[in-house]
Design a protein around this ligand. Sequence first.
Ligand SMILES: NC(=O)c1ccc[n+]([C@@H]2O[C@H](COP(=O)([O-])OP(=O)(O)OC[C@H]3O[C@@H](n4cnc5c(N)ncnc54)[C@H](O)[C@@H]3O)[C@@H](O)[C@H]2O)c1
Length: 360
Amino acid sequence: MTRPLGFAILGAGLVAPFHARAVRGAKGARLVAICDSDRGRADRLAAEFGARAYYELGRMLADPEIDAVNVALPNHLHRDAVLQSAAAGKHVLTEKPPAMSLAQVDEMIGACRQAGVRFGCTVQCRVRRSVQAVRAALAAGRFGRLLHADVFMKWYRSEEYYRSDGWRSSRRSGAGVTVQQAFHYVDLLQHLAGPVRSVQARMTNLAHPAIDLEDTAVAFLDFECGARGLLQASTALWPGTDVRVEINGTNGTAILVGEKVAAWRFREELAGDAEARMLGADGGPTAAGGAADFGHEGHQVLVQDLVDSVREGREVVIPVASVRHSLEIVLAMYQSAARGQAVDLPVEDDETAWGSQATR
Ligand SMILES: NC(=O)c1ccc[n+]([C@@H]2O[C@H](COP(=O)([O-])OP(=O)(O)OC[C@H]3O[C@@H](n4cnc5c(N)ncnc54)[C@H](O)[C@@H]3O)[C@@H](O)[C@H]2O)c1
């Protein structure tokens, strides 16, 4: 019997305990280490989960019991950590967004390929059962011609949240609602409706005057398949309600609210449809009102998948390569908001759009 896959978590902040619980719950996985440059944080989380504490990535990567690194650092620090981990021959599961530019994402994907390690991303909404049911229905052609794919993310984050760490209010760290919170749902839209061809976005700050970030974005999307999409995303709307995802085709409509299926109608009813309508009914909170207000189940599915992918010699279910387009859409949204006009994809990296005051 082979030994369990040894995991380390890099970053011991808000999302780290979700990774720790996920590793603890996955079969064939063992949590070996926690690393954080803040010693107190590393020590506390390591003690809670019975792991070793490290304070510097280089030292941790020398630990032969570590096979995989979960990167849970602020967004702008993912790239260096991924490159270093891959160079040390460790598999990588990175938090979203995978990096701050398409060039960085390509560099990271190339490095992981060259090192022969898995490189997955925790856009865990994709593994919700309700989302998988919608995707299967799309693949089976049950919606007919896809007409609309929309997301309404009316969330709330307090001023204290934005002040809790320097990077949380920094544009260049990827802290605006579009790239930070809405990334999951931009990803879900392209995962379900396919590539986006054109984006027109407006961004504004509705309710966090002390912070120089957009807390609200609205975008109109044209998908390559001909469907249209609306994306509304905000952290300004107290108390925060579960995200609505709406998919409409000529032959069917599905609406998800949080993890739950709220509507599931097809012109041609099939045997499994009554069961599909119950999916997610037992679901928990989905981060609508607070950054840590969700469960670790999604992360656990992805940790389990990484373990299984290594054992079975296959790709992970969410390779970062499949998330690249999500970052591209997000970048296009920032560019569109900054320029005040629609932006066609593919786009190039544009540092000025990131750094500019894109609020209008
Ligand atoms: N998938 C999800 O649902 C989800 C939820 C929350 C956050 N996230 C993502 O997780 C990542 C981390 O977010 P967070 O809210 O936990 O951030 P956080 O600020 O709470 O934690 C980050 C930790 O990294 C540590 N750190 C910073 N630089 C370091 C370095 N060079 N070496 C070692 N440690 C270092 C900090 O001390 C801090 O403890 C972000 O990419 C965020 O977008 C994902």
